[in-house]
Design a protein around this ligand. Structure first.
Ligand code: C5P
Length: 306
């Protein structure tokens, strides 16, 4: 790699095949047993030398992406530059394909992509442990966006153990109109538990789910999928129930809200079933786009030039 040229990194979206959420901690975060699966929908982040830190963004929903230093990708560049005593003088261009504020970790993906792109552009030779520590500081989902594949995340979701996946899974993602705020969905989760007088149990990974992933068995995975944030997302966005029902009627093995939503995820038997479910969802008018994607997908990778 010639110093000074652009570096482009491709980075995947995620779906949580299990999102077990415990009671809120003193620091405002929730303890999780979070089974992440990276899916083949990608953002690309290109880092180019510049006189000062600058962000540009293109693609669906890009008008909602902040272009200042609050952008997680900008914060990734600043954190890496600070670690090495450099100025974060870089132009980061984000080509979005992951739904914005959709519960698929698009912002986290951009942070992980920016981190790797700057690391390669600047030749800073940061250790993997340091890169993952920066990821964890930036956000709970960023370490997973960086590593991809499948992993169990505990703590606030940032402490990862890689998981074996024994085959490909075919998914459809129905993109909703507008986003949902992750803190608002966690807040609604707390409110629903409080109002019901419910004691929230400690989160625990499901053995049945981990074994379905290991076996690459879509039917077994479908039975084991759970998202504790789903009632909260549905409470804030009741129309998602219709999208979930539409995908199920179209033959999905299972349907659930992706992370904090509002994107909904549908597990399909195979690629043909996924294409059919996507067609039905789009025609139903219960979503703005329906995307098919295969999992698991790799984490952040540099796109070869040319
Ligand atoms: O870690 P991240 O910045 O992505 O989290 C965004 C928000 O989501 C947090 O401010 C918090 O409100 C909520 N959150 C949580 N528990 C987690 C992860 C996120 O309450 N484990």
């Amino acid at each position: 790699m010639t110093p000074g040229t652009s570096v482009t990194v491709r980075v995947p979206a995620k779906v949580n095949v299990q999102l077990a959420v415990g009671g809120v901690r003193a620091d405002g975060f929730h303890p999780l047993a979070n089974v992440f699966l990276a899916v083949g929908l990608y953002d690309e982040v290109t880092a180019t030398p510049a006189d000062e830190l600058r962000i540009t963004c293109e693609g669906p929903g890009s008008e909602h992406v902040p272009l200042d230093r609050t952008n997680l990708a900008a914060r990734a560049a600043v954190a890496l530059a600070e670690l090495h005593g450099l100025a974060p003088d870089v132009h980061l261009h984000i080509a979005k394909d992951i739904p914005v504020a959709g519960g698929m970790a698009g912002g986290s993906a951009d942070a992980a992509g920016a981190l790797l792109a700057c690391e390669v552009l600047w030749g800073t030779r940061t250790s993997n442990d340091q890169l993952l520590a920066i990821c964890a500081e930036l956000g709970s989902d960023v370490p997973f966006s960086y590593v991809g594949g499948a992993a169990l995340g505990v703590g606030r979701g940032e402490q990862l153990t890689p998981l074996d996946v024994g085959g490909e899974f075919h998914w459809v993602f129905a993109v909703a109109d507008g986003g949902l705020s992750t803190p608002a969905v966690y807040g609604e989760f707390d409110r629903l538990a409080r109002d019901a007088g419910r004691e929230v149990p400690a989160p625990e990974a499901s053995e049945a789910l981990l074994s379905a992933l290991r076996a690459g068995d879509a039917t077994a995975l479908a039975v084991a999928l759970t998202n504790d944030l789903q009632p909260a997302a549905l409470s804030l966005r009741p129309s998602l129930a219709e999208t979930l029902a539409t995908g199920t009627d179209a033959g999905a093995l299972a349907a659930l809200v992706s992370g904090s939503g509002p994107t909904t995820a549908f597990l399909a038997k195979d690629a043909e079933a996924a294409a059919r479910i996507a067609e039905v969802l789009l025609a139903s008018g219960t979503c703005t786009a329906a995307r098919v994607a295969v999992a698991p997908a790799p984490g952040a990778v540099v796109v070869p030039v040319g």
